[in-house]
Design a protein around this ligand. Structure first.
Ligand SMILES: Cc1cc2nc3c(=O)[nH]c(=O)nc-3n(C[C@H](O)[C@H](O)[C@H](O)COP(=O)(O)OP(=O)(O)OC[C@H]3O[C@@H](n4cnc5c(N)ncnc54)[C@H](O)[C@@H]3O)c2cc1C
Length: 245
C-alpha cells in the first residue's frame, strides 16, 4: 500500500468544496431494488466533485408554492459521471414517497450540493465505517471510491438493517467483505440479531477514523460499539438521519 495521494483532484478540493447554487438535474435512471427503496441516477450540469460521505439537498415545489426539502447522501463514487441517490420509501414520507413513486426517467429535480465537510472520507486515512439502514448509503460512496482508487485495504465496513430489503446495496457490501448484520432475518449463516462487539472488533485499528451513520438510536448504538472496541471518541465522525418533519 502506498501513502501517496490516490486521487489528487479530490484531495486538492479538500473537505470544504462549495455547494454551489440550486441546479436542475435530469433523472436518467430509476431502479426499484426492493419495494422499500428507489435508486435515482441523475445527470447534473456543471457538477461539483463530491467527497464520499457528502449529501445533496433535494427541493420539491408544489403548484401552490409549498416547498419541501430533504437531504440525501451520495451513493456514487466521485468518478461516476452520474450522481446516484438511494432513497428509503417511508410509508407516509412526503418527499421519499414522491421520489419513490412518482419520479420517472426524463423528469427534472432541483438539487443543491455537495454538502458537508465533516462526515467525509478522503480515501487516504484508514477508516472503519458502520452504517444502519439508509445510513449505509454514504458508506457505499466510500466503498466505491476505495475500489476506484485501489484503497480497499484502508476501509473496513459494517452495515446493519432489519431485513435485506431495508439495506441499501446489500450485494455490493457483501461482495466487498463488509459485515452485514440483519436484526430480523438470518443471512448467509448469520443468525438474526443486532451488530455485535465481536463482529466490529476485527474491523478496528488504532489509527482509524470511525464513521457512523444512521438513525439517532442506531448512531448511539454503533458509536458505543466503536468506543467500547477502543476507538477514541475524538476519532469518530457521526451523521444522524433524523425525521425531517
Ligand atoms: C445528512 C442526511 C443524509 C440523508 N441521507 C439519506 C439517504 O441517503 N437516503 C434516505 O432514504 N434518507 C436519507 N436521509 C433522510 C431524508 O433526508 C429524509 O428525512 C427521509 O427521506 C424522510 O423524508 P420524507 O419527506 O419522506 O418523510 P417526512 O414526511 O419528513 O416524514 C419522516 C417520518 O417522520 C414521520 N413524521 C413526519 N411528520 C410527523 C409528525 N408531524 N408527527 C409524527 N411523525 C411524523 C413520518 O411518518 C415519517 O415516518 C438523510 C438525512 C440527512 C440529515
Amino acid at each position: 500500500m502506498t501513502d501517496e495521494p490516490l486521487h489528487p483532484r479530490l484531495l486538492a478540493a479538500g473537505p470544504h468544496v462549495g455547494t454551489g447554487a440550486w441546479r436542475t438535474a435530469t433523472v436518467v435512471e430509476v431502479v426499484h431494488p426492493s419495494p422499500r427503496a428507489v435508486i435515482l441516477r441523475l445527470r447534473v450540469p456543471d457538477r461539483i466533485d463530491h467527497l464520499p460521505g457528502q449529501h445533496y439537498a433535494v427541493r420539491l415545489t408544489a403548484e401552490d408554492g409549498y416547498v419541501a426539502q430533504r437531504s440525501y447522501s451520495v451513493a456514487s463514487a466521485p468518478a461516476d459521471p452520474l450522481l446516484e441517490l438511494w432513497v428509503e420509501r417511508l410509508v407516509d414520507g412526503e418527499v421519499s414517497g414522491f421520489l419513490a413513486e412518482v419520479v420517472e426517467p426524463g423528469d427534472e429535480l432541483v438539487i443543491r450540493g455537495p454538502i458537508g465537510g465533516w462526515f467525509v472520507w478522503d480515501g487516504m486515512t484508514p477508516a472503519v465505517a458502520v452504517g444502519g439502514g439508509s445510513g449505509a448509503v454514504p458508506l457505499l460512496a466510500m466503498l466505491r471510491h476505495a475500489q476506484a482508487v485501489g484503497a480497499t485495504d484502508r476501509l473496513r465496513l459494517a452495515v446493519a438493517a432489519r431485513t435485506l430489503d431495508d439495506l441499501p446495496f446489500p450485494d455490493e457490501f457483501a461482495a466487498a467483505g463488509a459485515v452485514v448484520a440483519l436484526s430480523r432475518t438470518d443471512y448467509e449463516g448469520r443468525p438474526a440479531g443486532h451488530l455485535t462487539a465481536a463482529e466490529v472488533a476485527p474491523l478496528l485499528r488504532p489509527d482509524a477514523t470511525g464513521f457512523v451513520c444512521g438513525s439517532t438510536p442506531f448512531a448511539e448504538f454503533a458509536t458505543q460499539l466503536l468506543v467500547d472496541g477502543g476507538l477514541p471518541a475524538a476519532a469518530l465522525r457521526v451523521e444522524r438521519f433524523g425525521p425531517s418533519g
